[in-house]
Design a protein around this ligand. Sequence first.
Ligand code: SF4
Length: 363
Amino acid sequence: MKKHYNIPVFIPHAGCPFQCLYCNQNKIAAQNSAPHPEHLTYLIEPALQTIPAHADIEIAFFGGNFTSLSAGLQSEYLNATAPYLSSGRVAGIRISTRPDAIFTSILDNLARSGVTTIELGVQSLHDEVLKASSRGYYAEDVFTACELIRQYNFKLGIQLMIGLPGSTRYHELYSTQNTIKINPDMVRIYPTLVIEDTGLHHMYLRNTYQPLSLDEAVETVLQMYIQFQIAHIPVIRMGLHPGEELRQPGNIVAGPFHPAFGELVEQALFKRQAEPLLLWHKEAGHAPGKVKLYVNPRDISKLVGNKRGNIDWWQSTFELNDITPVGYDRLNRNEIGISAADDDSPLKTITREEFLSRVNTGQ
Ligand code: SF4
């Protein structure tokens, strides 16, 4: 399968009906205005030079609501990208927009103009959460929009946020189950951050909003990620891209930001996945004290965890003195093996699929 690349074109707040409670795209994207359509080539050409030949490339309009732009401006942008499509240098156009900005007349035009993927900033599928964040639409509107997008055969992406005002883990998992019912082609999950100059920033200062801790956010996203994996729905991003501007002091006021948030979730998943092996090892009466855990060499950092957090946690939970992580290239990615300390190969392994099946069947 060809590797996918997006060439991002940020159109910060373009087409937004109002500024959402938590959002400040100027801080997120380090850009105050959308590029003029005639200037797109200055963004696209240099980006193309950095992407390997024969990759699967989309030009991606992010940071605003493409379908809420005037019809004239949408056409100007799409006319500017048309030569890249007709020459085959890019395979498609991706846009992001709000669920209440999806109409057949607009989709007709997008389909004619080479748009391949539509990402919806859904954020939640629970009406109470949508109301508390003043999103201006309800879950039913999302279902209707997704159905329309499907009828046109666009690829569908859904962006979810966790930790919005009034939202709990129950609400996040409710949104997850409803997203799985929609069966999108991809999902992004973002923990809510308190960004400077937003409504949420004011709520935070008035003490009427408390963000999630990093540990809470990782655990919630982990539970969502597991459910999406069981449903075979790709999660293409967890956590905001840590751009230069976003990381400037003062821009993130509070909240569970980590520059490698997705990696933390992956590490948490390895921690969970190794537990059945460690339990088996303990119950089988193997020599206590020392074990080796094996993974594909490319998964070592995920196995070990941030600051050896996984190793320390397993050692205290399973009363082990020493866990040695071993890179073992006969294991597939996301597969874990275990043996006693003096063995040189795994006695037992668990693949990601086997682990997900255990979770799914409540084992
Ligand atoms: S969340 Fe979307 S609609 Fe709301 S202000 Fe940000 S870009 Fe605009």
